[in-house]
Ligand binder design. Structure first.
Ligand code: SF4
Length: 164
């Protein structure tokens, strides 16, 4: 059976195609990475009171604030903001395909005390469809994409695999 494309996979597609391939093929080193650890702590510590963590089909894994009907993603920094935005838009897209449209989304950056409202436009939907197709192509490949050095490589959990 074909595996569903998760929000994390959409995020990795935007951040690094090679990282997406590693992740999809079960090579996971994220637990050891300090940035991911900080992310997890943030996830657990922020907005404790009104959160309800929801998981739909193992594709959407996000907090939902019931009182305001908002899907709610917490990010540590705005460093790779576009990828985080597309991830949340993918959640809205996925829910729309399931008939759920009366829902809003927001990304919060608690360390920066900022937040961003996320909306899904028609253009976004087209982009997401292109990304989903590309994710299929990348993950079906027998080998990962070539290494392309980026500014985020130094803080990537797969750094040793790519550069040593
Ligand atoms: S180290 Fe760089 S090239 Fe390798 S997976 Fe991470 S982000 Fe991609």
């Amino acid at each position: 059976m074909e595996r569903e494309i998760t929000g994390v996979m959409v995020y990795y597609h935007e951040v690094c195609r090679r990282k997406l391939w590693y992740f999809y093929h079960g090579i996971q080193m994220e637990q050891e990475n300090e940035n991911v650890r900080i992310g997890k702590v943030l996830d657990e510590e922020s907005y404790k009171r009104d959160d309800k963590h929801i998981n739909i089909d193992n594709v959407i894994n996000i907090d939902f604030i019931r009182s305001s009907g908002v899907l709610h993603e917490v990010k540590k920094s705005r460093k790779i903001e576009e990828a985080g935005i597309l991830q949340v838009k993918y959640y809205l897209y996925y829910l729309k395909k399931k008939g759920v449209t009366d829902i809003r989304a927001r990304i919060d950056y608690p360390l920066l005390k900022q937040s961003l409202e996320i909306e899904l436009t028609e253009e976004d939907e087209q982009k997401i469809e292109f990304v989903l197709e590309d994710i299929h192509k990348i993950t079906e490949s027998e080998v990962p994409q070539k290494v392309e050095k980026k500014s985020i490589c130094k803080s990537c959990a797969y750094y040793d695999l790519c550069f040593i």
